[in-house]
Design a protein around this ligand. Structure first.
Ligand SMILES: Cc1cc2nc3c(=O)[nH]c(=O)nc-3n(C[C@H](O)[C@H](O)[C@H](O)COP(=O)(O)OP(=O)(O)OC[C@H]3O[C@@H](n4cnc5c(N)ncnc54)[C@H](O)[C@@H]3O)c2cc1C
Length: 576
């Protein structure tokens, strides 16, 4: 049988397996839903396409952004539902935010989703901790990503708590959740790619999965909950739905948007398909399809800047990662080109020596001994420009033939001179680099990671431990730089270096609209019986925003927590 997205129950013959709730995937979304369903008494089977559990969640920092967590109150971090609500609404849709409108200017479903998260997020995390399913610890110093428009500057990020009581990471989060699922009788089947749902009339009653041992039909008496991630690794869906030239991303390689066709075939109402959790990525590793690719969350260092193919600076290099891709997608209608599609990070020897192997840049400045083939070197700016252009020639099929402009070298020299002036005065008159709380925080984090001697990448426990430091805390050393610590003049003499960056994503955030229990809704607004969606395969109400460190997992875990509870009580259908 071909893998049609929806197969009628009479077509499949006997079921190979039966459960009350089938969850699809084994990232945070699927596992939390599975744990809660099992906790409610349901027999749960999780079907995971990859050969290991965890999906993108395993690669992640594991942080979750949750407003008004009770544990931050004793730390003196006042948070109110009202201020958080306005922060979420304003940052999700700044173009329509209206503080006095009924839904604050948001589409009603986004407003409802945000209110649900605000109302239940802290309770969901408290409940998961109480059940022994997921212990977390606050990282009170991490600023919100748009702190300039918020009453509360920091204090909403939680990290998974290791058995030793330290802040953990994505693997720790997966370890706890898989344990909690198994303790409740749930089972995870690896290398099970769900390719179809099985429907009895309008009701979803199971799935078909492709496995190395052939096709398996798994009955779901109460519910099928998709937690199958976004469509980062489906080039066709990326081209169709995402805006501008994005070059892929660092979601789990198995996140290919398998759910999109299934949801469409059932008449689901797809929303926010153009949105993603953005980050710059290294072009060459993305083009090569490196499964270990991770975000260049920050262009690390101080004597470093980014220029476009004309040698011009067009962005604040320290802008938080979700926003850093924005300038890369700008289109010049007159020239019919994306002039910033590729950004060339340019840095000097001091920056390379001082910041290589540090967190947040995804190996853009690799540790000594790591693969550095993507780092381009030149004794002079002119030689560097020539070598960048040679590299671009080799990448031409992936980039529409983009090359450096003939005036690049001259303009680059002028750009560096102007940047050096800003660095000396401690103020970036063009892009205000280093002025926001989060930019300064991330700079200090990187600088302190060096001081602490960690070569941690974002997504490791060591990074989260570094993140739990803060001004005034043990181990925290203020960088001995006056003025604006995020900027230092580039040296007058080479060598100079460059890394090619492009727009990418952690994963996409569009999918079917869901109700308050994460039941998938049709275009007409009715729940599709038996079908739920959680995590990055469902439409996120966050619009364009990435609210803070953990801004994806906070809402994802909250919604999945509700979905699992609800699915456990859904009325069952017989498997015969
Ligand atoms: C380096 C990095 C760091 C990050 N750090 C953070 C952070 O600290 N905080 C934060 O909030 N976010 C972070 N993110 C983003 C975060 O990891 C994701 O948004 C989140 O993990 C998504 O969870 P999910 O359960 O929806 O999807 P995933 O964790 O991606 O899980 C989806 C699973 O579904 C499986 N699957 C796909 N299709 C099928 C199918 N057809 N059948 C069966 N299984 C299928 C996949 O194999 C995968 O295991 C980070 C991302 C990266 C890459």
């Amino acid at each position: 049988m071909t893998a049609r997205p929806v197969v009628a129950v009479h077509e499949i013959g006997d079921w190979d397996e039966s459960a009350d709730v089938v969850v699809v995937g084994s990232g945070a979304a699927a596992l939390v839903a599975g744990v809660m369903a099992a906790d409610g008494g349901a027999r749960v089977i999780a079907l995971e396409k990859a050969a290991e559990t965890g999906g993108t969640t395993r690669k992640s920092g594991g942080n979750a952004w949750v407003p008004d967590d009770h544990r931050t109150h004793p730390l003196g971090l006042a948070d109110t539902r009202e201020s958080a609500l306005h922060y979420l609404a304003r940052t999700s849709r700044p173009q329509s935010y209206s503080p006095h409108s009924p839904f604050l200017g948001l589409p009603e479903w986004e407003y409802d989703g945000i209110c649900l998260f605000l109302g239940e997020g802290a309770a969901a995390f408290a409940d998961l901790a109480e059940k022994g399913a997921l212990a977390t610890v606050p990282l009170p110093d991490i600023p919100n990503f748009y702190s300039a428009v918020d009453d509360v500057v920091h204090g909403r990020t939680l990290a998974p708590c290791t058995p030793g009581g330290d802040p953990g990471d994505g693997p720790e989060l997966i370890r706890q959740l898989t344990g909690a699922l198994e303790q409740r009788g749930g089972r995870i089947e690896l290398e099970h790619r769900v390719v179809s749902v099985v429907a009895d009339g309008e009701r979803v009653v199971g799935v078909l999965a492709e496995t190395p041992r052939g096709r398996r039909a798994v009955h779901a008496a109460r519910a099928v909950i998709f937690g199958s991630g976004g469509f980062t690794h489906n080039a066709d869906l990326r081209r169709s739905y995402l805006r501008g030239p994005v070059f892929g991303g660092c979601a789990a390689a198995t996140n290919e948007g398998d759910f999109v066709a299934i949801a469409q075939s059932l008449g689901a109402d797809l929303r926010n398909m153009a949105e993603s959790w953005n980050t710059p990525i290294q072009l060459e590793r993305a083009v090569a399809g490196d499964p270990a690719l991770t975000g260049t969350f920050s262009v690390v260092g101080d004597s470093v800047l980014c220029v476009n193919r004309y040698g011009r600076r067009t962005m604040n290099e320290k802008t938080v990662y979700n926003e850093a891709t924005g300038p890369m997608l700008e289109f010049d209608g007159a020239r019919c080109e994306y002039p910033n599609m590729l950004m060339f990070a340019i840095f000097d020897q001091a920056n390379y020596d001082g910041f290589r192997g540090t967190p947040f840049d995804g190996g853009a400045l690799p540790a000594i001994g790591d693969d550095d083939s993507h780092v381009i070197r030149g004794d002079t700016l002119e030689q560097l420009a020539g070598r960048i252009d040679e590299r671009l020639a080799r990448l031409a099929t992936a980039t529409g033939g983009l090359r450096l402009d003939a005036g690049f070298t001259g303009q680059l020299a002028a750009t560096v001179e102007r940047f050096n002036g800003f660095a000396r005065q401690g103020r970036d008159d063009d892009f205000r680099r280093g002025e926001t709380e989060v930019e300064r925080y991330l700079y200090r984090l990187v600088a302190n990671a060096i001081t602490l001697g960690t070569d941690a990448q974002l997504g490791s426990g060591a990074t989260n431990q570094a993140a739990s430091f803060g001004p005034g805390k043990a181990g925290w050393v203020e960088p001995a730089v006056t003025g604006n610590p995020t900027m230092a003049p580039l040296a007058a003499d080479g060598p100079y270096y460059s890394v090619i960056l492009a727009a990418g994503m952690l994963d996409t955030k569009g999918g079917p609209r869901v109700d308050a229990h994460s039941r998938v809704l049709t275009v007409g607004g009715n729940p599709i019986p038996g079908l739920y969606a959680v995590g990055n395969c469902a439409a996120s109400p966050s619009g364009k925003a990435y609210w803070g460190g953990g801004g994806t997992l906070g809402p994802i875990i909250t919604y999945a927590w509700r979905a699992g509870k609800h699915a456990a009580t859904a009325s069952p259908v017989a498997s015969a």
